[in-house]
Write a protein that binds this ligand. Structure first.
Ligand code: URA
Ligand code: CA
Length: 443
């Protein structure tokens, strides 16, 4: 029987599971414009309210992935491995991991995204390097990974068009926050982009798509199941976004921080989380048997400089000015730098990470509208983390802006986003859980 959209909506409205055929009909109809937006929206709301089981979620993901091109990376020797973050602030792990993991022998062929809302995007960061091309053809992309083991580009081809259609409707119908819809949206693009090993970084906390640990673990588990059912090697780490991961927020500033980490000049949470994600990428790629072994390999690539050398190779291969790896002052520099004074004595208790990300966006580090032009030089550097003690007047952060007006705005916003209280506070835990196909390890 040919499925019909009204009966499908009716079925999900009553809380029943949809068949593979019904789900494929819906995803194809969304991709090809043969189902009306209002009917798609009604079904999305029924899914948001009544959920989907594991089999439905897998079927929806596969149908969305197959609605467009499926990238074939089989010409790349080894196990092409990818890392995907659900989105954060000061989350520069890709710029560190892609070269570091490649330096350890696991190919990284990665398609990244632009900044969205309060979160930064790897493509925008890379474009702060003069000349860097994110728009390689598929043939150039594969040839570069064959030659040097790593490439990071923007999405090429027509990946998961059903997701584009559904995401646009979810955005305007209050149906983004549905676990099966988020999991299938993210994983449809990951499956279509061809990686065989996939390490997910699911953020939790004030700057994350999921605010509670429980919801974040559930999302991680749903995505790991989808990938595993589709034959990919999967693991997810649930990591903290209760404050920005690195201290630098803003495009060129984050590139600088990644170079500082790869040069061994900077330690801290960004390095810790990068090593954890990287060790699982090495396991997925077959270069390590245990996370400890993976971490030891990554540390030696840091210490012997091969990770930084790989970043230099990647930048040069994609037309960028690779001298930034040895002289970060060649990155775009902001005109105005001002400190952000603490207004009270005490301990940092909480940061509104979403507000911090929005502040960076508002001063020009991100887009408010699709056509906005980014100022790569602007952003801020945090000097303190949750748990640190401060005195009035201590610099909580330094803002990098194009003018005094933006600096005054950013100073005020950062002061408001950071809660300082008299009683002591503990630093945040960085890694909350490791979610594998057959087990969840809470850390
Ligand atoms: N990112 C995506 O790609 N899709 C979602 O639904 C949420 C975050
Ligand atoms: Ca439409």
């Amino acid at each position: 029987m040919i499925p019909d959209i009204i009966s499908i909506i009716e079925k999900k409205k009553l809380g029943h599971a949809l068949t593979q055929e019904e789900i494929a009909f819906f995803a194809d109809g969304a991709a090809h414009g043969t189902i009306r937006d209002y009917q798609i929206a009604a079904l999305l709301m029924a899914i948001r309210l009544n959920g989907m089981n594991r089999e439905e979620t897998v079927n929806l993901t596969l149908a969305m992935a197959r609605s467009g091109d499926m990238v074939d990376l089989s010409a790349i020797p080894g196990v092409p491995t990818d890392k995907h973050s659900t989105g954060g602030v000061g989350d520069t792990t890709t710029l560190i991991l892609a070269p570091l993991v490649a330096a350890c022998g696991v190919p990284v062929a990665k398609m990244s995204g632009r900044g969205l809302g309060h979160t930064g995007g790897t493509l925008d960061k890379l474009e702060s390097i003069r000349g860097f091309r994110i728009g390689l053809s598929m043939a150039e992309f594969i040839a570069q990974v064959q030659r040097i083991g790593v490439s990071v580009i923007g999405q090429t081809g027509n990946l998961a068009p059903a997701d584009k259609e559904l995401y646009a409707l979810r955005d305007v119908t209050s149906t983004v926050d549905s676990l099966p819809l988020i999991a299938s949206s993210i994983m449809s693009k990951k499956l279509a982009s061809g990686a065989q090993g996939i390490v997910l970084d699911v953020k939790t906390g004030s700057g994350a798509i999921m605010h509670t640990l429980r919801e974040s673990i559930d999302l991680a588990q749903a995505m790991v199941h989808i990938g595993a059912d589709a034959g990919r090697r999967m693991v997810a780490l649930v990591t903290d976004m209760g404050e920005p991961l690195g201290s630098h927020v803003g495009n060129a500033l984050e590139v600088k921080e990644a170079i500082d980490v790869l040069s061994g000049r900077v330690q801290g949470p960004l390095l810790t989380v990068s090593l954890a994600l990287g060790s699982y990428m090495l396991m997925a790629g077959g270069a390590a048997q245990t996370p400890q072994q993976g971490e030891a390999l990554l540390r030696s690539a840091l210490e012997n400089g091969s990770g930084l050398a790989k970043l230099r190779d990647m930048i040069a291969a994609q037309g960028g000015d690779a001298r930034v790896c040895d002289d970060v002052s060649l990155l775009p520099q902001a005109k105005v730098r001002r400190d952000v004074p603490a207004l009270a004595p005490g301990y940092l208790h909480r940061m509104d990470t979403t507000a911090l990300g929005n502040t960076a966006q508002r001063i020009g580090a991100g887009r408010r509208e699709k056509t906005d032009i980014i100022d790569y030089s602007v952003g801020f550097v945090l000097n303190k983390r949750i748990g640190d003690a401060v005195q009035p007047g201590d610099a909580l952060a330094t803002v990098y802006c194009k003018n005094e007006e933006d600096a005054a705005f950013a100073i005020h916003e950062i002061q408001s986003a950071i809660a300082i209280r008299p009683e002591q506070a503990l630093p945040l835990k960085l890694i909350h859980a490791i979610v594998e196909v057959d087990r969840i390890t809470e850390c």
